[in-house]
Design a protein around this ligand. Structure first.
Ligand SMILES: NC(=O)c1ccc[n+]([C@@H]2O[C@H](COP(=O)([O-])OP(=O)(O)OC[C@H]3O[C@@H](n4cnc5c(N)ncnc54)[C@H](O)[C@@H]3O)[C@@H](O)[C@H]2O)c1
Length: 368
């Protein structure tokens, strides 16, 4: 069968990651176009990655007849409209995390894709990260007995682009940006079971001058079978990206440090080009990682999605996954606003952005 033809929307951080990841597994997919509004960016991106076509308006990309699937790597606020437009144009959609900003948007995205008969795939790469996949395989074989606690943490020194810090565009802070990974991870790891309640402690410890958003978040998720997920998200950890999990059952446990655990403990007095995402320096002791995208699972994720488009696989991460995460984000912000745990289902209507449920607790209270 022919390769799945992909169009990327966006041309910066995550777009680079997706383009490189598709190139790393070229048997079933290729990027044929990119769209990005800033003059010259799409063209430069296309040149850098050897992509034949570039557009300044994503709607032009959507009318490119060769494209079968788009990858949305634009800011959160744009995910919903782009997905709906793509569905109407008959394109399958891979949407970066978080799925969108509001629950209404999530519903509209899922509906639009269902109506158009296209797939909505939610880009949660942790479902494909080799170390985490191994941990889940062992768990599913019973290696740890009955699992009662799953922890995931993602921490770094803060986002690279201004829009993440502006809650009007992002919808929230570290919880929204990084916690969405951990929420999805715990839910997936524990077999996608129902969530009973959510509790969160949020604060802005270091970056109050820069953002209204939370820069430290601890979220506790109670699952139907009594197991607990714990998600730690931080924008205040210098020294490079830290992504790790811990799994505990009555017959054993496992620990995985995705990046540092795969790195080369290195000392250099003069420094070198690149160690790991968001590391400020390569001098002194560092932990340069190799095959960074592969360790995250990005190439494997994109290959899976391409195979889904060809009907060879069924998405393990879809619009519904993104909507589950969105509801937990709402509940977590509401929990922090009210200082108590929130029972699910929790689907307040008319919320403009999840973080409002923390900043304006009356909105959270009215929704109970
Ligand atoms: N899965 C992950 O681990 C991961 C990592 C980083 C980012 N992301 C997600 O990817 C998305 C993008 O993040 P980023 O880090 O690449 O941000 P970025 O700021 O580096 O890039 C955003 C891109 O979107 C483009 N854009 C803005 N408006 C647009 C429009 N109207 N049409 C087309 N393109 C437009 C910008 O020009 C830019 O190229 C976010 O939703 C983010 O949460 C996911």
């Amino acid at each position: 069968m022919s390769k799945v033809k992909i169009g990327i929307v966006g041309s910066r951080f995550q777009a680079d990651c997706i383009a490189a990841s598709v190139k790393a597994m070229p048997e079933e997919m290729e990027v044929v176009a990119v769209a990005s509004p800033t003059k010259g960016n799409a063209e430069a991106f296309a040149r850098r990655h050897g992509i034949p076509r570039f557009y300044s308006d994503y709607r032009e990309l959507l009318s490119d007849p060769e494209i079968e699937m788009i990858s949305i790597t634009a800011p959160n606020r744009m995910h919903a409209q782009m997905t709906i437009d793509a569905a109407r144009a008959g394109k399958h959609v891979v949407c970066e995390k978080p799925l969108c900003v509001t629950l209404e948007e999530a519903d509209a995205m899922i509906d639009a894709c269902a109506k158009a008969g296209v797939l909505l795939m939610y880009a949660e790469e942790l479902f494909f990260a080799p170390k985490y996949v191994k941990a889940k395989q062992m768990a599913d074989e019973g290696a740890f007995g009955r699992i009662h606690l799953v922890k995931q943490g993602e921490k770094h020194s803060g986002p690279h682009s201004d829009w993440f810090w502006d809650v009007e565009q992002s919808g929230g802070g570290a919880l929204m940006d990084l916690g969405c990974h951990g929420i999805a991870f715990c839910w997936w790891f524990l077999g996608k079971q129902k969530i009973k309640s959510v509790y969160a402690q949020l604060s802005t410890q270091v970056n109050a001058a820069r953002t209204q958003g939370d820069d430290e978040a601890i979220t506790i998720i109670e699952f139907e079978n009594g197991a607990v997920g714990m998600v730690e998200s931080s924008w205040n950890r210098p020294g490079g990206m830290d992504d790790s999990i811990e799994v505990f059952g009555d017959k054993g446990q496992t620990y995985a440090d995705m990046l540092m655990g795969n790195a080369l403990p290195t000392y250099s007095e003069v420094g070198f080009g690149y160690a790991v995402e968001k590391a400020a320096s390569t001098k002194g002791w560092t932990y340069p990682v190799f095959e960074e995208h592969w360790n995250y699972g990005f190439p494997q994720e994109m290959r899976h999605f391409a195979r889904c488009v060809r009907g060879k696989e069924t998405p393990i991460s879809d619009g519904e996954t993104g909507r589950v995460v969105q509801e937990v984000l709402y509940a977590a912000y509401a929990s922090a606003g009210l200082g108590r745990k929130i029972a699910l289902p929790f689907r307040p209507k008319g919320i403009v952005k999840p973080i409002d449920l923390w900043k304006k607790p009356e909105l959270a209270k009215a929704a109970l």
